[in-house]
Ligand binder design. Structure first.
Ligand code: SF4
Length: 68
């Protein structure tokens, strides 16, 4: 669990896809917020599924941007 998601609040359109895929990591009210951690592959999957490309995933160990 080294991947950390970041939400672009201006890009998020509250579709809810991220919460559907990883409900322990994302909660969507007016916009999505990060509420926890989860498996790296699940966080990446949620980011890739975001229709607004509002989720950036960073490897907290290396500092590398994993997605996009
Ligand atoms: S899937 Fe993307 S646009 Fe939709 S709520 Fe999550 S971050 Fe926001």
């Amino acid at each position: 669990m080294t991947y950390v998601p970041h939400i672009d609040e201006l890009a998020c359109a509250a579709h809810g896809d991220c919460q559907d895929i990883a409900p322990d990591v994302f909660r969507v009210d007016d916009i999505a917020v990060v509420i926890g951690t989860g498996p790296d592959d699940l966080i990446l999957k949620a980011a890739q599924a975001c229709p607004s490309a509002a989720i950036t995933v960073v490897d907290s160990t290396s500092g590398e941007t994993i997605y996009p």
